[in-house]
Design a protein around this ligand. Structure first.
Ligand code: FE
Length: 182
């Protein structure tokens, strides 16, 4: 198997036992639920891969399980993006890079979105800059991959269901493999 696939599978299977923020599920369950939502909606390999790996930045740094609790913005979307661009194209990496911006965007444009956020998302939102300004909204919409980033953000928010059964990590690895560069 391609070594990067082995590395990804090991990250998700081995280091993902930490809790996901303040929610009752772990990082691995969160990643699998997000990927499964994308797969069931037939969003394609790149979105399944982006959903599976959107929080890989949490797994490749050592800031602890929930840095937002300590008032730290861990910049996990930037860390994840920096790691992913070595192996994937923009259809995967741009939604990941923008998935926190997409939360700030949705808080600005959908009046009821903030009320639906989980407690950990509310906590990190303030550290990430709060809802977007009108100028930021315009820039976000004009940029590429904003629709995919919003879609990924919705999976992210839905993928926090305690006890929900999903396929295992290995189930999603073929989609990851098909999304690899070169
Ligand atoms: Fe997430």
């Amino acid at each position: 198997m391609n070594p990067i696939l082995t590395e990804i599978q090991e990250l998700l299977e081995g280091r993902a036992e930490g809790r996901y923020g303040l929610s009752l599920i772990n990082q691995q369950q969160h990643a699998l639920q997000a990927a499964w939502l994308a797969e069931r909606e037939a969003r394609g390999d790149a979105m399944v891969t982006a959903a599976l790996l959107h929080d890989i930045g949490h797994l490749v740094h050592d800031l602890g399980e929930n840095p937002a609790d300590e008032g730290v913005d861990d910049m996990h979307e930037a860390l994840g993006h920096a790691w992913l661009i070595q192996h994937f194209g923009p259809d995967v990496t741009e939604p990941v890079r923008l998935h926190v911006a997409a939360k700030r965007y949705l808080c600005a444009v959908e009046p009821d979105y903030f009320a639906k956020l989980s407690p950990d998302s509310v906590k990190s939102l303030a550290l990430q800059g709060g809802p977007m300004s009108a100028d930021e909204v315009a820039d976000f919409e004009a940029g590429g991959h904003s629709a995919a980033a919003v879609q990924l953000r919705r999976y992210d928010e839905q993928a926090k269901v305690k006890g929900l059964q999903t396929p295992p990590v290995a189930h999603f690895m073929p989609a990851v493999e098909r999304s690899l560069l070169g």
